[in-house]
Design a protein around this ligand. Sequence first.
Ligand code: 5HY
Length: 244
Amino acid sequence: MSVVIQVINPNTSAAMTASIGRAAQAVAAPGTEILAVCPSQGVPSIEGHFDEAVAAVGVLEQVRQGRQQGVQGHIIACFGDPGLLAARELAQAPVIGIAEAAFHFATLVATRFSVVTTLPRTLTIARHLLQQYGFSHHCAALHAIDLPVLALEDGSGLAQESVRERCLQAKREDGCGAIVLGCGGMADLAQTLTAELNMPVIDGVTAAVKLVESLAALRLTTSKHGDLDYPITKPLSGLFRNLN
Ligand code: 5HY
C-alpha cells in the first residue's frame, strides 16, 4: 500500500523544512512518500503564542492543499502543534502533531519523561499541551537550552551541543526514563542521542510518521462525526478567502 504523508513545517525556514523532511524520509516505510512543505507566508520560527497563531493559518493552508492532493496523512512538525484541531476539521486523513506523537511514544517506553526545547518562554506551551493531551503526570521536567529555534540551523553546532548537555543533565537529575526533543528542528538528533545516553530520546517527527503509517494501514481517518466534522461553510474573506 503506497502512503503519501504531508509533513508540514509550520515555520517558513526552508533549511528546517529540508532537515525535517530528511528525518521523516529516513524512517519512512518502503511504500511511504514524504512531502515536506512549509507555508508560503508566515513566521520564520515559532517561539511563542503569537507565532503559533500566525503559523496555524499557514498550517491550514497546507492541509487544504494536501487534502486536494489526496495525501494519506498530515504531520504538523512544530512542537506547539499549532492549529491541530482546526486542521483535523479541515482534513479527511489523520493529522498528527509532533508533540502529541512524541508524548505518546515516550509513555510507551518509560513511566516518566523529560522535555528539552529551545526558548524558556515556550515551556508554557509545552506544559499546556501536556495538560491538554493528559500527559502532565508523566512529565518529570521541562528544560530549555535558551537558544532561538533557528540556532539549530546556523551551522555552529552550538544548539546541538546545548541539547546534548541538557539531555545528559535530565538523565542525571530528573528521574526520567526517556527524553522528548521539543522542536521539529531537533529531529535529526534523536538517534545519536539515544545511542550516547543509552536511553530513549524521542523526536516527534519520526514518531508521527510511524503513527500515520499505522493509521493508514488500519484505514483510520479523522472522524467526521461531531466536533471534527468539516468546518461549517461560510464566506471567508481577505487572506482567509480560500482556506476552507
Ligand atoms: C518548532 N518552533 O518545533 C518550535 C519549537 C519551539 O519553529 N519549530 C519552531 O521551541 O516551540
